[in-house]
Design a protein around this ligand. Structure first.
Ligand code: SF4
Length: 478
């Protein structure tokens, strides 16, 4: 244990891991080196409120700072792309490489060939952030833009089609007013941990209401293991089928909130179907099997898909249907699949069917709401390039841009892509490799240097993505 003799001073810093909590940490420094990382157990940061104690990731920052994988000098690729062989060069040499390559690509292909990769590794950085790249590119005539997010693109759009607005969740502290909580693939004990995270608000709210918490998740997560009253394991990606089975019980046993459905919803049953839709296409028809597919979504039907016994589905439906308020929320896991927007929308049907939307202690079925404060940053100006691709389609924009249109690829700002991506800025992002779906396919696309001709990585660690850089620039730790 570190004693008062073991360090010269304590300085405040923060954990920049993008978990959303951004905990303050205290660095114990001796001879210019961090010898220990301590949590905020002073209460100074939120006077009168609580201590924001960092989780183990934050307390392990010292190992990150002094890791052998830290990038400390500019490096230039010395082997094949992705091979991971680099040679050290000076900053002057590195900046010359960037300037020459940027100039070459801009002159040959134009500004739409330059892409700044999605990445949130240092989203709130002030000294160092992606804003600097955006500012530079805007001054130079712009860059191919991106929209959506790797985290929540499907639920983000699904909420707008379901409720007419994005981000519809109630804050987790509203569990203080709930009698039952049901989480689908929602795991704040691992994703938003620490005293600065959602999990603390969850614990405080439960202390007030004693709300019963059921977690539905394929994994026995920390939330399921440490906080839930009950864990219901489910086959991955089958949440919508579970909801269908629950809905079948709610409807056939008269447990739906018909007043809420009549007053606030379109499309539940034939009485509120929009004009022009063929008969028997309502939600109720779909669940009961009188719709086009003629399949009743019974608990047995649901059990065969989800792996959850039919009797358990019936019991859960009855508990949801006879309790109020119920706080139903989903994490971002259920929607992170092909067609994941359908899972997101299906889960929202539970609070809709039972009238738990818009009441204290209820929730829309969306992920719980979060709040934040705006970060200061440098002004970036306006991007003169109006073309924007969904962030997930950047590999296609490298090797198959000719076929990308507004209709088939969600391209914005123009009808058809005319320029492939030839230059990538990859700042504080591991999405080049780590986070992009079929990694072997992505590797093959990136390994072909005739496709994307230049990749500049700015990071503080030799990540899996950094290995695919042509030029690596060490980033500031701020
Ligand atoms: S919860 Fe953990 S990972 Fe997240 S900011 Fe705090 S210390 Fe870092």
């Amino acid at each position: 244990m570190t004693t008062t003799q073991d360090y010269d001073k304590i300085v405040w810093s923060s954990c920049n891991v993008n978990c959303g909590s951004r905990c303050p940490v205290r660095l114990f420094v001796r001879d210019g080196r961090v010898v220990r990382v301590g949590p905020d157990n002073t209460g100074e940061n939120v006077p009168g409120a609580h201590e924001i104690r960092a989780c183990l990731r934050g307390r392990g920052l010292r190992h990150w700072v002094y890791s052998k994988d830290r990038l400390l000098h500019p490096l230039k690729r010395a082997g094949r792309r992705g091979e991971g062989r680099f040679e050290r060069i000076s900053w002057d040499q590195a900046l010359d490489v960037v300037a020459v390559e940027l100039d070459r690509v801009l002159k040959r292909f134009g500004n739409e060939a330059i892409f700044r990769m999605y990445g949130t590794g240092n989203l709130g950085g002030v000294v160092s952030s992606r804003d600097q790249i955006d500012r530079l590119m805007n001054i130079l005539g712009g860059r191919l833009d991106l929209h959506n997010s790797y985290s929540n693109a499907q639920i983000y759009h699904a909420m707008q089609y379901t409720y007419g607005q994005k981000e519809t969740g109630s804050h987790i502290s509203d569990l203080a007013n709930s009698r039952l909580a049901v989480f689908f693939g929602n795991n704040p004990a691992e994703t938003r941990m620490s005293g600065g995270g959602t999990v603390r608000d969850l614990i405080l709210a439960r202390q007030k209401s004693g709300v019963r918490l059921i977690v539905i998740d394929p994994r026995h997560t920390d939330t399921a293991a440490g906080l839930a009253d009950e864990w219901i394991p489910i086959r991955p990606g089958t949440d919508a089928a579970l909801v269908n089975g629950l809905a079948h019980v709610l409807i056939t046993e008269g447990l739906v909130d018909q007043h809420f459905l009549n007053d606030h919803c379109l499309g539940y049953d034939q009485a509120t179907m929009p004009e022009g839709v063929p008969f028997n296409n309502s939600y109720k028809d779909y669940i009961l099997g009188s719709g086009p597919d003629r399949i009743p979504k019974t608990p047995d039907w649901s059990a065969a898909i989800t792996g959850i016994p039919a009797q358990r589905i019936i019991r859960l439906a009855r508990e949801i249907g006879t309790t109020k308020p119920v706080y139903i929320a989903q994490g971002w896991g259920p929607q992170r699949h092909a067609d994941g927007e359908q899972s997101a929308r299906a889960i929202c049907m539970l609070p809709i069917l039972t009238g738990n939307v818009g009441i204290p202690g209820g929730n829309s079925g969306d992920r719980e709401a979060a709040f934040g404060i705006p970060f200061p940053g440098i002004p970036v100006g306006e991007n003169p390039v109006k073309a924007s691709i969904p962030c997930f389609l950047w590999t296609r924009a490298i090797h198959d841009h000719h076929h990308m249109t507004a209709l088939n690829s969600g391209l914005r700002g123009k009808e058809r892509m005319t320029t492939p991506i030839k230059f990538i800025w990859n700042f504080a992002s591991n999405t080049l490799i780590n986070q992009h779906s079929d990694i072997n396919r992505t590797k093959a696309i990136l390994a072909d240097e005739k496709k994307c001709e230049m990749i500049v990585v700015i990071d503080n660690m030799m990540t899996a993505s950094a290995r695919f850089g042509d030029l690596l620039l060490p980033d500031a730790w701020a």
